[in-house]
Design a protein around this ligand. Structure first.
Ligand code: 57M
Length: 358
């Protein structure tokens, strides 16, 4: 909105020319997002406490989690506010990528809200059924995939890091592949959100990494120099990703160990979907799996545990997802969290290095 209101005035007030720059508006949106979280956070948490929106704790989990009973949850509503409002405020609202990312994130947030509402407020521990959740996520991702496919400016190909010349033409397979990426990313972040700040940290590093990737892909000269696909209009996604990273940073102020609030599905599902949809628009699906390696590890640990238990009756891990395995090995919760953050930062740095490695 600011872009549309103030940039046209640069002919009269030259300093307003700064609103033309994506970099400036990304910083503006990010700072707005963090401040929104920090300022609104305390009253948001008090509201959750007043409405008794507290986490119930399964008794089959790590015993150390029982103390967390009643911790306010659904704090993801604050994250969504800190993404949507600053993006609407600072981004170019004629940019189709901004709307695809915002609408997808918003609908996944609604799906998460419905699940949390049923679990926490209606006290139905199952929430909405796994099948219903998957169908709603699939339909939303299908809409996003169709919009990206129809509105794309470049061929629907899968790009590979390190092999810049390679491009796999997906054709109509682009649609189901995109659905898999968005739904997979959303649920992987959801599974990861099982320790204080364990999801927010890696989402922050991934969003920051993709902010840089989106900026490069949207800049014709930089894209040419780095030999990556030039995706017209993808640079504007840096503003959206800046709010995703900044909202996680702001939320982490309250979600860090010992957490005052959990994000709930209303936070974890849209955060994963946001990373998924941006990775498809910028043709970096494989880099998402690399940068989001923590999410991949968490999801694979569950798959391995369930398959192994079903086939052999034996567990691969002491408990899945893998963060619980380390807890049961005797690592303190902060130790598990910070070590996963360290791995996430290393994966982000390696992901960025692929821009130059070819
Ligand atoms: C998402 N939710 C946390 C919180 C958060 C198939 C199976 C692997 C599914 C999985 C599952 O239920 N996943 C759901 C993870 C939950 O967090 C809430 O959920 C939101 C995210 N969706 O925002 O509202 C618990 O996580 C802890 N937590 C924190 N700090 C945070 O900042 O401490 C969350 C955020 C919270 C709190 O304790 O209650 C979760 O873990 O459920 N199931 C599991 O992950 C369970 N594992 C399991 O069953 N493993 C089995 C098989 C099926 C793989 C096995 O290993 O044999 C574990 N989770 C729980 N109890 N709660 C272990 C049992």
């Amino acid at each position: 909105m600011l872009y549309h209101l103030l940039y046209p005035l640069h002919t009269h007030y030259s300093f307003l020319n700064v609103f033309k720059y994506i970099s400036f508006r990304t910083f503006g949106a990010s700072i707005t997002s963090v401040l929104l979280c920090m300022l609104v956070g305390p009253s948001f948490i008090r509201l959750l406490q007043k409405k008794q929106i507290g986490q119930s704790i399964r008794d089959d989990g790590p015993k150390s989690h029982l103390i967390k009973k009643g911790t306010p949850t659904m704090g993801g509503g604050l994250i969504l506010l800190a993404i949507v409002i600053p993006t609407l405020f600072w981004a170019d609202l004629t940019n189709k990528n901004i709307w695809i990312a915002l609408v997808t994130t918003g609908i996944f947030g609604l799906i998460g809200y419905l699940d949390d509402y049923k679990k926490v407020i209606l006290k139905n521990s199952k929430g909405i059924s796994g099948k219903t959740k998957l169908v709603l996520q699939g339909l939303t991702a299908l809409g996003a995939a169709y919009a990206i496919y129809v509105l794309r400016d470049t061929p629907a190909v899968l790009k590979f890091p390190f092999f810049k010349g390679w491009a796999l033409d997906l054709g109509w397979m682009f649609i189901p592949f995109t659905v898999f990426v968005i739904v997979g990313a959303s649920n992987a972040v959801n599974l990861t959100d099982g320790l204080d700040g364990l999801a927010a940290g890696p989402v922050m590093t991934c969003a920051t990494t993709f902010l840089i990737l989106a900026y490069c892909a949207g800049h014709v000269k930089i894209a040419e120099y780095l030999q990556i696909p030039y995706i017209p209009g993808s640079g504007e996604l840096s503003i959206f990703l800046g709010t995703v990273a900044a909202s996680c940073l702001g939320f982490l102020w309250f979600n860090t160990y010992p957490a005052q609030v959990f994000m709930g599905d209303v936070g974890s599902l849209p955060l994963g979907a946001a990373l998924g949809v941006v990775s498809v628009i910028t043709k970096n699906e494989i880099l998402l799996a690399l940068c989001g390696g923590i999410f991949v590890l968490e999801a694979l640990s569950v798959m391995a545990q369930v398959v192994s238990f079903k086939l052999t009756g034996k567990r691969v891990f002491r408990m899945a997802p893998i963060h619980h395995h380390f807890e049961l090995k005797g690592w303190s919760e902060p130790k598990v969290i910070v070590r996963f953050w360290i791995l996430s930062i290393l994966l982000a740095l390696f992901t960025l290095s692929t821009l130059k490695l070819r």
